[in-house]
Design a protein around this ligand. Structure first.
Ligand SMILES: [Mg+2]
Length: 328
């Protein structure tokens, strides 16, 4: 169970921003233009980085996302994966941090969203507490951890987390899964198992090719024996006892954000960015008015692509520009 995480080192990200300009419109006439708490203090966030240029096709897609379709306002959700998307991949997952450009762009975007009908979310395979710790999300950010099994919302008072409750059967499966995964890495240098509240994850980034193959085969066998699905990502195999996906999480967030933004009747439009195979389930639920951005190489259902976190930071900067202009 994930409790409230009191840490909120970036709670000031929003408060560092200038107050929204007077007359900022919230967008959905039918809803309460329920602005979140107005930003305190003065002085806009000063980004010290120089954004990479956004390729024109990507920029066009971002402009289309920022514009109201047919003049009909709708809530928007900017949902971003963390590892490999905002944060460069590292050997030790505990040392992951957003790239400086991404950090600045996320904070700036969060500040630009205050008082609007657009919300920010981080959607990760990490467990929720770990995601909050590593990503230092701005106040107002929705968090999805464990590929959708855990959810939370960053408030002024810290992380408001929805507790994860396993059924007795899921708890039994989790115990058997952890034992089986531990066997899979026994004696294999560089391979290790991360225990999450609803899953076990095999990590092989530092293991030899032979050990990786052997450990993955054993992990797959454990999953099959327990009737669970094994998700293969970059140097990881994750087996969860709660059946969910980032795509399901994004669909649920659409509704949550629509309600929160006061636009319950219009389909919330989603910009989703991610780098890995597990993000494809999120790209798969995107439709008209949405925008998928793949970060890095590899096959994808996303319509646009940027090379790395710096490229995504430039996309977020452009989106902040556009939203500030329309709301200003
Ligand atoms: Mg990723």
């Amino acid at each position: 169970m994930v409790g409230v995480v009191p840490r909120r080192p970036h709670r000031d990200a929003v408060s560092r921003a200038a107050p929204p300009p007077g007359g900022r419109r919230a967008g959905c006439a039918a809803g309460r233009p329920r602005g979140r708490r107005p930003a305190r203090g003065a002085g806009r966030v000063t980004a010290t980085h120089h954004p990479a240029p956004v390729p024109e096709p990507v920029a066009d897609a971002v402009r289309a996302f920022a514009a109201d379709a047919d003049g009909a306002p709708a809530a928007r959700l900017v949902a971003l994966d963390f590892d490999g998307t905002l944060s460069p991949l590292v050997d030790d997952p505990l040392t992951a941090r957003m790239a400086p450009s991404a950090r600045a762009a996320v904070d700036r975007l969060a500040a630009a969203l205050v008082g609007t009908t657009t919300r920010l979310a981080l959607v990760s395979g990490r467990n929720l507490a770990d995601l909050a710790e590593r990503s230092e999300p701005p106040v107002g950010t929705y968090l999805v951890g464990s590929h959708g099994a855990e959810t939370g919302h960053v408030t002024e008072d810290g992380l408001d987390a929805v507790p994860l409750d396993l059924t007795p059967e899921q708890a039994d499966h989790l115990a058997a899964l952890r034992a089986g995964m531990a066997d899979a890495v026994a004696g294999r240098e560089g391979a290790w198992v991360q225990e999450k509240p609803s899953a076990a994850v095999l990590h092989t980034r530092l293991a030899s090719a032979a050990d990786t193959q052997a450990a993955e085969d054993l992990a797959d066998a454990v999953a099959e024996r327990l009737g669970l699905h094994a998700m293969h990502g970059k140097d990881v195999v994750e087996v969860a006892v709660v059946e969910t996906s980032k795509g399901e999480a994004v669909d649920r967030l659409r509704d949550v954000v629509g309600q929160d933004a006061g636009c319950p009747d219009a389909r919330t439009r989603v910009l989703y960015a991610g780098d890995d195979t597990t993000d494809e389930t999120a790209f798969a639920v995107l439709g008209p008015g949405d925008l998928g951005v793949k970060v890095g190489d590899g096959d994808t259902l996303a319509e646009q692509r940027v090379p790395d976190a710096d490229g995504l930071a430039a996309v977020l900067d452009l989106l902040a520009d556009l939203l500030e202009r329309r709301e200003g």
